[in-house]
Design a protein around this ligand. Structure first.
Ligand SMILES: [Ca+2]
Length: 479
């Protein structure tokens, strides 16, 4: 008899193929019993096991952002053609040409190269295509379509050191070589790269040497304008001749105080000391000019969104700043928009994902407290106890069960709870010498005597039910 204490506060989750163990209230018991079958009969061969599931205490998901600031490893582009390089230099490039955003340049092997193209839709610039070469794997992202090496794939997808996953709010590409890219399916792309690439990159994201404009914007003692800089990293398609836009004069027509006030607000109190607020104020002012000083238009909101995202990368925890009247975001299903929610989505299949999440928070659409995302039927957010289960392509509701492989599995809030079942066993002799045991072992034995094929045992001593010529019982000798 073997017993082990069961102390986990979380409900045990047993998958159907797993080894089943008997459980009493707090003790799991394996019992070895003597087996009792005669050939051709169907009686008990396995022990009886009962799984008692401890009551799960409801836990309120809590999440805090990682404190470690890594803003200097993040390059981003957002809204009205804004860019922030790895080194924190802000510029605007109002272009719909294809550009190299970042690439490994000071190396004999170009392990990554990321390109981006914008498109104007309904008078608003949005990112229409992202092309990534990651250690020989070509990833192409566009609205609703993800391609790997020219083939459309369904997400999540993993291939040769590249993982791509999708939420309702964004697509995330993680490359083992040390790069993470997040696209919000709209205006914003963020690229985070490993420290080991310092001073080795080129492209719109700059050289990653830790100094703002030096020396990627250095032009023989002068400074490249943003359109000149953009032209350096323009990469046309084979039959394309894309023109960079004419130089735009930096406008200063807006009230910087308004922007200052937003970024100094209570929602961003954890961000003010960690971010370059002046650069964001300038971006915000430029947006107000382009948006004719309207405060509810897209480009201003996108810059505030970016401030919120960068605050997270700098170790802050931005709070809700959107209201129904200001930069309001709608979400699909019954989800709600949060500035700092868990990067790991709780689903029916994995309802505890956020409790084990080590990544920092992110903005986007999230399930309300007390619900998880229904990844079985994709119906939005539902209470976990109403989650469905799937087995062999069939859907089961809570309380329904199936029997398979000597187990009975019952659906309980999206998870299978399985218990061992008594199983029939068969032993057979074919052709007089080919024997299959109850446990599936096949062997051949030739003999011209009478042998015990099976016998009943009690807890203390086994006695043969049927035997003959016991003195010569050979391999079937009884105790
Ligand atoms: Ca630099």
């Amino acid at each position: 008899m073997l017993s082990t204490s069961h102390t986990s506060p979380v409900k045990d989750r047993f998958n159907p193929p797993s080894i089943a163990m008997g459980t009493t209230k707090d003790t799991q018991i394996w019992m070895m019993t003597c087996l009792t079958l005669l050939i051709g009969s169907t009686q008990t061969v396995s022990s009886t096991s009962v799984l008692i599931i401890p009551t799960m205490t409801p836990t309120i998901p809590t999440f805090s952002a990682l404190n470690e600031s890594h803003n200097d490893q993040v390059c981003s582009t957002w809204g009205n053609y804004h860019f922030k390089t790895f080194d924190g230099y802000f510029f605007q490039l109002p272009s719909t040409c294809n550009h190299i955003v970042t690439s490994l340049c000071k190396s004999s092997y170009e392990s990554f190269n990321i390109q981006l193209r914008r498109q104007v839709v309904d008078n608003q610039p949005t990112i229409s295509k992202i092309t990534m070469m990651l250690d020989g794997v070509v990833v192409q992202l566009s609205k609703d379509v993800v391609m790997i090496n020219g083939q459309t794939v369904a997400l999540p997808y993993s291939f040769s050191g590249v993982n791509i996953e999708k939420t309702t709010s964004k697509v995330k590409v993680v490359a083992k070589l040390g790069l993470v890219a997040i696209w919000n399916n709209d205006d914003s792309l963020m690229i985070e790269i490993n420290e080991k690439y310092r001073n080795q990159t080129c492209g719109l994201c700059g050289d990653f040497n830790g100094v703002q404009a030096y020396n990627e914007f250095d032009n023989n003692g002068g400074t490249f304008s943003s359109s000149e800089y953009g032209n350096l990293w323009k990469l046309d398609d084979p039959l394309e001749a894309c023109e960079e836009p004419l130089e735009t004069i930096a406008e200063s027509c807006a009230d910087e105080g308004f922007c200052q006030q937003i970024f100094s607000g209570q929602a961003f109190s954890s961000c003010a000391n960690t971010l370059d607020m002046d650069s964001f104020v300038q971006s915000c002012s430029a947006d107000l000019c382009h948006c004719n000083n309207g405060t509810d238009t897209f480009c201003l909101c996108n810059t505030i969104s970016e401030y919120s995202r960068q605050c997270v990368h700098a170790g802050g925890t931005p709070q809700q700043w959107r209201t129904k009247q200001f930069c309001y975001k709608t979400c699909p299903y019954n989800m709600e928009y949060q500035e700092c929610g868990s990067s790991c989505v709780d689903t029916c299949s994995n309802p505890d994902a956020s409790q084990l999440c080590e990544r920092h928070c992110t903005d986007g659409c999230f399930c309300p407290l007390g619900t998880v995302y229904d990844d079985v039927n994709n119906t939005g957010c539902i209470p976990v106890d109403t989650c469905l289960c799937v087995h062999n392509g069939q859907v089961y509701t809570s309380g329904e069960s199936y029997n398979s492989n000597c187990k009975e599995c019952t659906c309980d809030g999206g998870q299978w709870d399985c218990i061992d079942k008594d199983c029939p066993g068969t032993c057979s002799v074919e052709g007089g010498s080919h024997i299959n045991t109850f446990d599936g072992k096949a062997y051949t034995f030739h003999g011209d005597c009478s042998y015990v094929l099976t016998k009943r045992e009690d807890a203390h001593r086994c006695t043969p039910l049927h035997s003959s010529n016991q003195a010569r019982a050979g391999p079937f000798r009884s105790a």
